[in-house]
Design a protein around this ligand. Structure first.
Ligand code: GLN
Length: 252
């Protein structure tokens, strides 16, 4: 069966910080190596959004300024269709600033609150320009495995009563440096603070997203494994660097 996926990349020119575009490159490459054809479509300010055209949607992070530029377009022009599509199982990966805008609202360092999509039951507040930022390498436990990445955010994110975290912090700050949660998930939408970019060093998570998108489109598909030697070396080195080697080399 000729498998194909279409990825919608939201605001690639504005929401792309700390290498977040690398997540798109990783998804494309991991599909290419399996003979899965991938089309990436840039979705910018003012562009219409028809969720039926996409199997996976990605949004990266940004400074407060770019979030201010995209928030109204994201919520008003893309929001209703995005929310319906997530309820229908659309796979979404939202990183940092993009993640924050998938919650109810984001209070930036200065200025007015920005509206969010309300897809994740989260609210984010930046404590102001004098507050220390959450910066550094991070390791978090996800589905029995470990996610590694880099975080740099001022905003502190808090899960609401319906909120479910993506992962639990092992080392680093995560959502708010207080409750040990990292990211959020709802249906097949996943939000995270992990830059790096996230997916190249977390191949199991990348394949998890690809598998969800394929299954929604074609039914259950088993992805042939990739060698991932370099990916695992990078992943394990990051775990050891952050945890001082106290964690097992790879959690299954
Ligand atoms: N501007 C947001 C914050 O400071 C998000 C930052 C980011 O995407 N790295 O929290």
């Amino acid at each position: 069966m000729n498998l194909e996926l279409t990825i919608g990349h939201l605001y690639p020119d504005l929401m792309n910080i700390y290498g977040d575009r690398g997540n798109i490159l990783c998804l494309v490459e991991r599909c290419r190596r399996r003979g899965i054809r991938v089309t990436v479509v840039a979705i910018g300010l003012g562009d219409p959004f028809d969720p039926r055209a996409y199997d996976l949607v990605f949004i990266g992070g940004s400074q407060d300024k770019e979030q201010r530029w995209v928030a109204q377009d994201l919520v008003e022009r893309k929001g209703p269709a995005l929310r319906d599509a997530v309820e229908d199982g659309l796979v979404v990966l939202a990183v940092c600033g993009g993640y924050q805008l998938f919650g109810h609202a984001y209070r930036p360092s200065e200025g007015l609150d920005l509206p969010g999509l309300g897809i994740f039951d989260i609210t984010t507040v930046h404590p102001g320009p004098q507050a220390p930022r959450c910066i550094g390498n991070i390791v978090a436990r996800w589905e029995g495995g470990l996610l590694v990445g880099f975080e740099n955010h001022g905003g502190r994110t808090y899960l609401g009563p319906q909120g479910a975290p993506l992962a639990r912090v092992v080392a680093g700050f995560g959502n708010n440096a207080e409750d040990g949660t990292e990211g959020a998930r709802y249906q097949h939408a996943f939000g995270t603070y992990l830059h790096g970019s996230l997916l190249p060093k977390n191949p199991e998570f990348a394949d998890f997203l690809i598998g969800l998108a394929l299954e929604r489109k074609y039914g259950p598909v088993s992805l042939p494994p990739l060698p991932d030697t370099l990916e695992h070396l990078a992943h394990d080195a990051a775990v050891r660097r952050v945890t001082g080697g106290s964690m097992p080399r790879r959690s299954t």
